[in-house]
Write a protein that binds this ligand. Sequence first.
Ligand code: COA
Length: 257
Amino acid sequence: MTANILITRRDGLVELRFDRPEKKNALTTAMYAALADAMTAAAADPTVRVILFSGSGGSFCAGNDLNDFLANPPNSEDAPVFRFLRALAQAEAILVAAVSGPAVGVGTTMLLHCDMVIAGESAKFALPFVNLGLVPEAASSLLLPRLVGQQRAAKLLLLGEAFDARAAKDLGLVGEVVADADLTKTAEALVGKLLAKAPQALRLTKQLMKGTTATVGERMAEECRVFAPRLDSAEFKEAVSAFFDKRPPDFSPKPTK
Ligand code: COA
């Protein structure tokens, strides 16, 4: 285990499990670094055909750890979070995600880079960037409108309201919804099918479907330029205080002297 990320390798599979259940698997800088390193190692190993993402304790991922965002704001493109996001976008292996419970922020946006997503019925997605005084990342400002259309993407990104597994399937973010009790075995069966396929044909087919990743990379870099200063904004600080105080944030204009 490295930094709350469980890494399991077998046959052509690498499983990356978010393993910080007491914080709903919110991701810290150390976790991003472990994920980025594991993805880089997988990319350098031609025997890796499938990468499976999952979460411990009935949660997928509650997004970035909000305390860590304040303490260790990622302010360069080489920050572990951005290394991880680039590795996701550039992955040649097939990316599968098995999602149950909360999938918030990057817990949802990373799914836009996964080739196949299975959700348990308990899965609950949200893109609360604006609610936190932030902006979208992981090229979701490009990929979400592309996937669901401008109006539905605007609703998801401007309002940041949570949506369930069925809604995620209707949006095309999730391919299949199963009972939570069947999530692991359904994901394993899917991985087994993928591992039995002709590896080169699988990779090439993914490449053809994704097309060039250059635009995605450019958008990630652009989002990063806008995102980083937001972490130092009064809006973000108020949103984080409100979350930990368990109260609604107050974004009303403050009187100026
Ligand atoms: N960063 C830091 N801590 C987090 C966290 C996050 N993103 N998400 C959850 N936690 C912590 C909570 O503070 C709580 O800690 P505590 O037990 O020390 O009080 C613990 O994880 C459990 O979370 P809780 O809110 O009690 O669970 P819940 O089931 O009621 O709600 C969520 C789960 C994910 C819906 C809710 O925790 C949440 O909205 N988290 C914030 C998500 C977010 O804004 N992510 C950033 C996106 S950019």
